[in-house]
Design a protein. Sequence first.
Length: 110
Amino acid sequence: MSDPMRIRAQLMGDKVDVRVLMAHEMETGLRKDTDGKIVPPHYIQSVSATCNGKTVLSAQWGPAVSKNPTLAFRFAVASTGAKAGDKVIVMWVDNKGEKRSDEAAITLPT
């Protein structure tokens, strides 16, 4: 299994700002190794995020996304009733069927 995602979620007025760092090789299937053999594709295909049981992000990715991708998004507090202490859960699935899910509590800005 891959390394845990680093997630930061901050309550900013009537919105929640979320930043995620994902550890993943994101191989396109076009690169060759030192022996000249093609490295098989291995990349994240879908990413989703939930808060209080409601989906706040759903994305489809492809092989053009960089290694160890970062993702930043914002969602409205009104859509989920989010408050400080609630959890934001981020999950990805790659083209080999591997999955990763991690969570972070929403914090107030410091």
